[in-house]
Design a binder for this molecule. Structure first.
Ligand code: UD1
Ligand code: UDP
Length: 374
């Protein structure tokens, strides 16, 4: 029987982290699958960090990232360049992940080539097309053109049903982010970069990069950090700053060189996971961090007003606090000074997966495709 040719496409840091365990699982099943990896390199440095960690050598690298790129050229580049990849790689199925522009445009390109697409992390929704922007529409679009929907939770399965996706194409698999986290913790002894942290202080770890937070919101977040550090001499803040110039500029202008605020380059995944474990509180507008931190028992204050990941909010370990300076300060101080509140939010829970999502997805691909190509 011929092997099933699976083309896995990704381009940004979070996609790479969440697709890496799937690529590894396909490689483990090389008697059944021919695994082909294409990176668009929508991100360059932040993608390469992950490829190196998981020892993934892509067969195709489109190398599209440009300084401060825009959505139009990004979409056009992926859409067009993927056509040549499909013609050369001749995949039986294409896998895309989540809600980035790489995922949406690669899925559309595969649809134009009439190749079936599997959507990993399907069915997440806020039901507000501008929050997050453009991710909500990217994932709705990807779901619409994909054939196989690998949804992480019951809620995401239900969202797919509401979007009229046929029941027989919806599979609850868990989120591969937990596979990645467990793999990373098991296979690495990561060193946290030397930031001269004071071990006697409580560490707040933060990240932010969402487009809808550019401008005033991100400045408000920075002002909240300044006020928190000034009012609370027992805390320090660690902030690996996303490479997007719309983040770098305001963050370094407002927080650079300040006492007990440690700005760093984006951390490699293994040290970042170790940093999450070390942190007392995490503040973030990241999607992936909202999924990982609850399983490490860390309270997450989300610097957004909506989330497509309501599960951990319902369990009480994640709280939406938005980007108002005074609200952020008061929510962080509530956790710092109120042990009962902290205890409630720091219970380890894992609504996003059990570390076996990649295996389930690979089994489902085999079940669905082995007969079709034999
Ligand atoms: C992208 C995704 C977002 C995801 C985020 C994860 C879209 C539209 N956005 O947003 O959904 O949450 O990635 O981080 O798909 N840059 C570098 N080096 C890098 C990465 C980025 O220099 O390794 C800079 C470049 O100037 C680039 C800019 O950041 O042009 C923006 O990158 P882009 O992928 O367009 O947007 P993100 O904000 O990273
Ligand atoms: N992450 C990392 N290094 C960092 C910050 C984050 O490896 O310095 C990881 C984090 O653990 C998570 C992923 O990057 O797995 C999230 O990526 P990001 O926040 O860029 O994107 P999102 O998840 O919001 O799409």
């Amino acid at each position: 029987m011929s092997k099933i040719r699976v083309l896995t496409v990704f381009g940004t840091r979070p996609e790479a982290i969440k697709m890496a365990p799937l690529v590894k699982e396909l490689e483990k099943n090389s008697d059944k699958f021919e695994s082909i990896v294409c990176v668009t390199a929508q991100h360059r440095q932040m993608l390469d960090q992950v490829l190196q960690l998981f020892s993934i050598k892509p067969e195709y690298d489109l190398d599209i990232m440009k300084e401060n790129q825009n959505l139009w050229t990004l979409t056009a580049d992926v859409l067009l360049k993927m056509k040549d990849v499909f013609e050369s790689a001749k995949p039986d199925v294409v896998l895309v992940h989540g809600d980035t522009t790489t995922s949406m445009a690669a899925a559309l390109s595969a649809f134009y080539a009439k190749i079936p697409v599997g959507h990993v992390e399907a069915g997440l929704r806020t039901f507000d097309k501008y929050y997050p922007f453009p991710e909500e529409i990217n994932r709705v679009f990807a779901d619409a053109v994909c054939t196989y929907h690998f949804a992480p939770t019951d809620t995401s399965c239900e969202n797919l049903r509401k979007s009229s996706i046929p029941e027989e194409h919806i599979y609850k698999t868990g989120n591969t982010v937990i596979d990645a986290l467990l793999y990373t913790v098991e296979n690495n002894t990561p060193e946290i970069p030397n930031l001269n942290l004071d071990e006697s202080l409580k560490t707040i770890l933060m990240t932010s990069h969402r487009r809808e937070n550019f401008g005033e919101p991100i400045k408000n977040i920075c002002r909240a950090v300044l006020e928190l550090v000034e009012r609370n001499p027992d805390i320090q803040v660690v902030y690996p700053v996303h490479l997007n110039p719309n983040v770098q500029k305001p963050v370094y202008e407002l927080l650079g060189g300040k006492e007990r605020i440690h700005l760093t380059s984006p951390m490699e995944y293994a040290p970042f996971a170790a940093m999450m474990k070390k942190a007392y509180i995490i503040m973030s507008d990241s999607g992936g961090v909202q999924e990982e931190a609850p399983s490490l028992g860390k309270p997450v204050l989300v610097l957004r007003t909506t989330t497509e990941r309501p599960e951990a909010v319902e369990y009480g370990t994640v709280k939406l606090v938005g980007t108002d300076k005074d609200v952020i300060v008061s929510e962080v101080e509530n956790l710092l000074h109120n042990p009962d509140e902290y205890k409630k939010m720091s219970e380890a829970i894992n609504p996003y997966g059990d570390g076996l999502a990649s295996k389930r997805i690979v089994d489902l691909l085999y079940k669905n495709l082995s007969k079709k190509i034999s």
